[in-house]
Design a protein around this ligand. Structure first.
Ligand SMILES: [Mn+2]
Length: 464
């Protein structure tokens, strides 16, 4: 392992960030990516730099374009990017990632120009294991700390990111994560506590905590609600305090010790170390909330990402307590939007079937941001035909947004919706792309019929 090499890369990244006029932060929508973006954003604020943040679910064409076309003097990409080094053309890029790097880039990286364009910080380059030693937020944190030692107060966010990427599974964090853990502890905003490592210590009622805790499995208690209630009854531990359900963290020290001992006798020998061990308590956040525990914090961020609401997750990381409420509202609104959209299509018989494709036109009634999810859910539920790709239209600000979805096995029969969307869109003056069974396009408003005809031709030619 080459800590010196990693330190050098971290220092180069710190210099690039400090020297930038303004910054575009590009990050991944999962808990690790959101914590990483929060660290970068706080660093920008502390350095008094203008910045924007964009989140992507992957380094797709849209993300690559956003990087390459950015007018900001520096693009700081976190928890993404290492696999796409050779596609990134912009002058002035810092990447703090822990995914396996793009091998073609290193081969091609011969000129000094290439070398200066991207400052790449990745533990893989220096003999560490990016899947367990360090997360995307962790790499980002190392750069933050190098910019200013005062940024050590952000170490706990790197721990949230690492937990989000399951780097704490087994018996706790290791590798460089361990050193970051030390920073968080000495800053005083994280406590390492020996406890039962099931999910929901802070927020789940006592029975649910055992009943739904599946990692590790507790034979006789997992998925057995009555057995879980009986478990506590035997120990004389009340499930409620007044009318309120008690959580694991509400237990007194004596209750918790007794329940932990009893639990250990339920699990297999090999699972004991996983059941009881290190937990990471975030002491700056209110007790009894999902931000008080690093693992639960990460789950909250992951759900923000999944519901298309990573920016709210980032605000939560940045200490905005109003964002917690907003994230709950956005989540339920997102779910309502989707089920409302599916109802709308069914009630109005919007789904039309042609020989090789099926389609619906939602007009202005379905938000274009959920169009792909709705098309996919129709295809996987009942309400759409199996074996036909589904094409969905919705009005958007810059024309008609198209989402195309197909069942996975159609790719094996030759279907490539990415190619179909790209070709058909360009023939009607739009643009498109994506993957073989999930793709999209944007086309001019008056070209839907022509577009469908072309799509149908292309699909019938591809599929055997
Ligand atoms: Mn990650």
């Amino acid at each position: 392992m080459d800590l010196g090499g990693l330190e050098k890369a971290v220092k180069a990244a710190a210099e690039a960030v400090s020297g930038a006029d303004d910054i575009l932060i590009v990050s991944h929508i999962d808990a690790d990516g959101i914590s990483a973006a929060a660290i970068s954003a706080i660093v920008c604020e502390r350095l008094n730099k203008d910045y924007d943040v964009l989140f992507f679910s992957k380094m797709g064409e849209d993300a690559i374009d956003a990087v390459n076309n950015s007018s900001r003097s520096l693009v700081w990409i976190s928890d993404l990017g290492s696999g796409y080094l050779s596609r990134l053309r912009k002058d002035g890029i810092v990447i703090t990632d822990h995914h396996v790097p793009d091998s073609s880039w290193r081969k091609g990286q011969t000129s000094l120009g290439d070398f200066n364009r991207i400052v790449h910080v990745n533990p893989h380059d220096h003999g560490y294991d990016g899947s367990s030693d360090l997360s995307g937020a962790g790499v980002t944190y190392l750069v933050a700390k190098s910019i200013d030692p005062a940024n050590t107060d952000l170490a706990y966010l790197a721990i949230v990111g690492a937990c989000g990427d399951m780097q704490d599974s087994g018996s706790g964090l290791s590798g460089i994560n361990r050193a970051i853990l030390g920073d968080a502890v000495s800053e005083g905003n994280l406590e390492i506590k020996e406890d039962v490592r099931l999910y929901g210590r802070e927020t789940r009622p006592l029975t649910g905590f055992l009943q739904y805790g599946s990692d590790p499995e507790i034979p006789g208690l997992s998925n057995e609600q009555e057995a879980c209630a009986a478990f506590y009854a035997r120990l004389g531990i009340p499930l409620k305090e007044g009318r309120r359900n008690r959580c694991w963290t509400d237990l007194s020290e004596e209750e918790r010790a007794a329940a932990t001992d009893a639990l250990l006798s339920f699990v297999r020998e090999k699972d004991r170390e996983r059941l009881v061990g290190e937990t990471y308590v975030l002491t700056d956040f209110p007790r009894g909330t999902d931000r008080h525990d690093a693992k639960e914090f990460a789950t909250l961020l992951n759900s923000c990402g999944r519901y298309d609401d990573a920016p709210t997750g980032m605000r939560i990381c940045m200490g905005d307590e109003d964002a917690v409420k907003a994230s709950k509202e956005n989540r339920s609104m997102h779910k309502r939007n989707i089920s409302g959209a599916i109802d709308h299509i069914r009630k109005n018989d919007l789904l039309k079937v042609r020989r090789y494709i099926q389609y619906f036109d939602a007009g202005g009634d379905i938000k274009d941001t959920v169009l792909g999810i709705v098309a996919g859910m129709l295809l996987n539920g009942d309400g759409a035909y199996r074996g036909l790709p589904i094409i969905a239209f919705a009005d958007s600000e810059d024309g008609v947004k198209v989402s195309a979805r197909a069942e996975r096995d159609m790719a094996g029969r030759g279907l490539d919706l990415s190619e179909v969307m790209k070709t058909a869109a360009s023939l009607v003056g739009g643009f498109g792309g994506g993957h073989n069974v999930a793709a999209g396009a944007t086309i001019p408003e008056d070209k839907k019929e022509k577009f469908l005809d072309i799509v149908e031709d292309l699909v019938s030619a591809q599929v055997i």
